[in-house]
Write a protein that binds this ligand. Structure first.
Ligand code: TXA
Ligand code: MG
Length: 318
């Protein structure tokens, strides 16, 4: 099993030696390696059993670091970084030759993010290289939001998990790309469409592609999924199709009276979308581990971060 601790120097030593380390970010835990070291990057892919066509996000501790491996940015990209970095926003920019092709799955662009978590930022600012890091889960499963989530699934294959507590955001970063310099949202996240439009004006949103022909690899519709089938919709209508002993419920603000409370997780009794986002992935894992056949979930109000929560529920239901 991996060691869990908060020793930044030890994490730094391992990363410098070409090893991979799980690191906390404000969104989810990442599985990090030196972005310039192709051997470390292939360890990330093999540890996650991630297909080589799915590109990684490169994490930086400064603007200068980000600019050192990208070509000059569209002005809206610069504005977005100024508004939201450090924070849960990934920008897809044109890369230069410093970033090995294996990091970007051969794409000419690279996802870049400056995380806000203080441990991640200190680590990045002490390292002479950037960190490529996908979420620290086996490919296709729910992203980890605690060190224990990482330990349960990848602990046997990695030396160290840097413990930064539970992730405060709980959903992966919002991803914005630029098509002929026009901003396009590739993945919804905790930085809402509304907040982005307030910063830079109207943006378009890329619809998730079908599993077989992803335009953008991480847009695979079936992703972020528990092993149990998950169905999303009106709970009363869904419950009519199952016997009560078969189901677990992922509820937004209250328990459903027809189902035993121990088979239910309520995301936010006070109807806070932030709290619901923070608890979503842990709740899916809890329900996935119960002796139930199917997980039934209600969508949350579809505004702000609620859109990103509903997006993850939809992907989990494919
Ligand atoms: O919040 C997050 O973004 C977390 C933390 C660890 O930073 N990371 C994360 O990484 O969610 P991952 O690998 O699980 O998802 C990253 C997604 C990829 O699946 C891909 O869709 C997109 O980012 N991506 C990365 N590079 C890209 C590129 N060059 N073009 C388009 N999409 C890209
Ligand atoms: Mg992921």
């Amino acid at each position: 099993m991996a060691i869990i601790g908060s020793d930044i120097l030890y994490a730094q030593r391992l990363l410098t030696a070409g090893q991979v380390v799980a690191i906390p970010t404000e969104t989810v835990y990442g599985l990090a390696g030196n972005a310039y070291d192709t051997a470390a990057i292939s360890t990330i892919f093999s540890t996650k059993q991630r297909p080589s066509f799915d590109p990684l996000i490169v994490h930086v501790g400064s603007m200068a670091q980000a600019q050192s491996f990208t070509t000059p940015w569209p002005s809206t990209a610069m504005q977005l970084a100024q508004y939201f970095w450090p924070g849960p926003l990934t920008l897809v920019l044109e890369k230069n030759s410093r970033i090995p092709d294996i990091v970007t799955a051969g794409l000419p662009s690279v996802g870049v993010r400056m995380p806000q978590h203080s441990l991640a930022l200190s680590l990045l600012r002490q390292l002479p290289f950037s960190l490529a890091a996908p979420s620290a889960n086996p490919f296709g499963y729910i992203s980890p939001t605690t060190p224990q989530h990482v330990q349960q699934q990848l602990g046997g294959n990695i030396p160290y998990i840097l413990d930064g507590g539970s992730c405060v955001v709980g959903l992966e970063s919002t991803i914005v790309g630029f098509e002929r310099a026009k901003p396009v949202i590739y993945r919804l996240g905790s930085i809402s469409v509304e907040a982005i439009e307030e910063a830079i004006g109207p943006v378009s949103i890329l619809e998730p592609a079908a599993d077989t022909a992803p335009q953008v690899p991480g847009m695979l519709t079936s992703h972020y999924a528990p092993t149990k089938p998950l169905r999303i919709g009106d709970l009363d209508a869904l419950l009519a199709q199952y016997s009560p002993q078969e189901v677990g419920i992922l509820a937004f603000d209250r328990l459903h009276p027809a189902i035993a409370p121990e088979r239910q997780v309520v995301l936010s009794p006070s109807r806070s979308l932030r709290e619901a986002a923070q608890r979503l992935f842990a709740a899916m894992r809890t329900l996935d581990a119960l002796p139930v056949e199917v997980i039934l979930a209600t969508p949350v109000p579809d505004a702000g971060i609620g859109k990103a929560i509903n997006d993850r529920l939809k992907r989990a239901s494919h």
